[in-house]
Write a protein that binds this ligand. Structure first.
Ligand code: ATP
Length: 356
């Protein structure tokens, strides 16, 4: 079967150790042409190391990195056709904005046969900072400086753009604006992009596909909607968005639904989506229900809970509930207090793990 698009970039069973620490372990990924591919995961899970292995700033302890099918072992960063943007702007303070962008052309001629000056003007236009060539970087806002850094990385016309937490130094509103701009630039150029973030919302917002990393390994690679609605492990279910996680034992199986007893109460759980082997009586399963799928006084499963706390967030209120000693979370527009019956339908429950 032909692939839809050949991978531009592949990591094949890559491991990177630092002394006794394994930063990345037997990690395999493949990124296709023009894709916006995001590595997301908690601090220390190996995101930056993976990006540095792609850029060529690090060598794998074992395994292979390929660009366009070719092993790039020993190829230095400047010969890999990658543009890199780091988290702290890293612009040269003694150079103007124009000189900073032109610095990206020190190692390669501008694409399309244009002059350096034309290329710099073109890129500043692209990142929505036209006519800022003579400005001093210190006169720009944090978001503007990061856009200059993106322009500098793109100047030589790299095949791949690598972004390591480029928004992390910015405030929340600016981050949201900049992520939209970065996505627009990426789409306009159609450039293959690998983006590193610890922010799961950012990952869902900008990516074609997301790889969730945990302790140096890949937990799941999928488009954002699948990562959110079809997590394949407990880790992904809990790391991406809020979730209610239940552990229970199968009492009965009836077609696409199982009766699973959790905290002493039988609950109907949809098993049609479960990608593991068939579910049998006695299996111990972990399943989850998103807070937005838990509703007040409706749904086939009814749970009697008591309100522990409520956080008013504007468009919604996040309510923490106690159910038989188990904490649940619900999102609602109603003000809730005291004892509350909540419910969910079997199809809103997703099995993520079978425990041995
Ligand atoms: P963060 O979100 O905090 O930046 P990360 O997911 O990018 O984290 P990495 O920076 O890739 O994680 O680090 C992965 C692991 O490897 C960590 O335990 C880290 O301490 C370790 N590590 C990374 N670089 C080195 C190094 N040069 N020497 C020793 N250990 C390192």
């Amino acid at each position: 079967m032909a692939l839809v698009s050949d991978p531009v970039l592949e990591l094949d069973c890559v491991t990177r150790r630092y002394g006794g620490t394994t930063a990345v372990e037997e990690l395999s990924l493949s990124v296709t042409d023009g894709e916006f591919f995001t590595l997301v995961g908690p601090s220390g899970c190996g995101k930056t190391t993976t990006l540095r292995l792609i850029a060529g700033f690090e060598d794998p302890t074992s395994g292979t990195v390929r660009f366009g099918g070719t092993d790039v072992a020993g190829v230095p960063p400047e010969d890999r056709d990658v543009g890199v943007v780091f988290q702290n702007y890293a612009l040269f303070p003694h150079m103007t904005v124009g000189e900073n962008v032109a610095y990206g052309l020190n190692f390669a001629d501008p694409p399309g046969g244009v002059s350096d000056e034309e290329r710099v003007a073109e890129l500043l236009e692209l990142v929505d900072l036209p006519d800022t060539q003579a400005r001093d970087p210190s006169s720009l806002s944090g978001g503007q400086r990061q856009r200059v850094a993106v322009a500098r990385a793109l100047a030589p016309g790299p095949d791949v753009l690598l972004l390591d937490e480029p928004m992390s130094a910015l405030d929340a509103k600016l981050r949201e604006r900049l992520r939209v701009q970065v996505r627009e630039i990426q789409q306009e150029l159609g450039i293959t992009t690998v983006y590193v973030t610890h922010d799961q919302e950012e990952a869902l917002a900008v990516s074609d596909r997301v790889a969730v990393l945990n302790e140096g390994t890949v937990e799941q690679v999928a488009p954002p909607r699948d990562i959110y609605h079809r997590p394949e492990s407990r880790f992904v279910a809990e790391f991406i968005g809020d979730n209610n996680v239940f552990d229970g034992e199968v009492e009965a199986v009836n077609g696409q639904t199982a009766t699973v007893t959790a905290s002493g109460e039988p609950l109907l759980v949809g098993i049609g989506d479960w990608s593991g082997s068939s579910v049998s009586v006695g299996d111990r399963l972990t399943f989850c229900v998103r807070p937005e799928d838990l509703t007040v006084a409706s749904g086939s499963n009814r749970l009697t809970t008591s309100v522990m706390s409520a956080e008013f967030l504007g468009e919604t209120t996040r309510v923490r509930l106690d159910w038989r000693g188990h904490e649940l979370m619900l999102r609602t527009r109603e003000a809730l207090d005291g004892t509350v019956t909540v419910g969910f339908d079997p199809e809103d429950a997703r099995v993520v793990e079978r425990r041995d």
